[in-house]
Ligand binder design. Sequence first.
Ligand code: ATP
Length: 238
Amino acid sequence: MSAAPLEIEDLVAGYGRVSVLNGLSMKAGPDGNVGLFGPNGHGKTTLLRTVSGLVRPRAGRIRFFGEDITPLSPRAIVERGLIHVPQGNRLFPDLSIAECLALGAWTKRARAGEKENRERAAAIFPRLAERWRQPVRTLSGGERQMVSIATGLMGAPRLLLLDEPTLGLSPKLKEELAAAVRAISEAGVPLIVVDEDVELLLGLASHLFLINHGAVGAEIRPGETIGHDAIMAMYFGH
Ligand SMILES: Nc1ncnc2c1ncn2[C@@H]1O[C@H](COP(=O)(O)OP(=O)(O)OP(=O)(O)O)[C@@H](O)[C@H]1O
């Protein structure tokens, strides 16, 4: 049996004296995309940052397609194709869309497929293809979010982590972005998506985890259906 894209065992991590992840374990990806949701401040972003090597875990193990990546640097993790698109589209404002995307293809394996990945990004985000030379500071929030995700795609992901890709967007743009994210998944890239909109997550992922107090509080497995009241009960713990 082939290894899951991501397996996390008893992960403990935090900042200074504060512990944020408290023995979190999950297996993500063998049954399709994964969605992460839960109350604010309970560790979803910290989990993605720890998986991508930006936060050093104090204990636990992270395996990427079977390989133990726990001790690796963020650079070595990106080189393996584990790509993290952080919250809040942090882009260089004076670069054009084309220049931002080129920066995303800095690893050896990404450079090898740069042309195909650029074409794939342009097909998924036609709005960007129309504005290729425009500086990103002149783009709308939704368009900047598209550039962030497209830049992640340029890294030739074998697994793509998306942190709140639809944060602050209008319902119409949210749907446009969700459709693009579905297209990325249909092109064969497994996803782990953090979003507060559980309905949106259910449209993107078949396996959802509620992150509560730095651990997995509940799980919605592939094939299980869940009503609005049950989701609220998960959030509020009754
Ligand atoms: N760089 C940091 N230094 C110190 N504490 C931090 C840092 N980043 C996050 N925290 C703290 O870690 C906790 C978890 O934050 P995290 O961003 O992981 O939660 P989250 O579930 O992603 O929340 P949100 O949905 O609001 O983004 C919070 O209490 C936060 O204040």
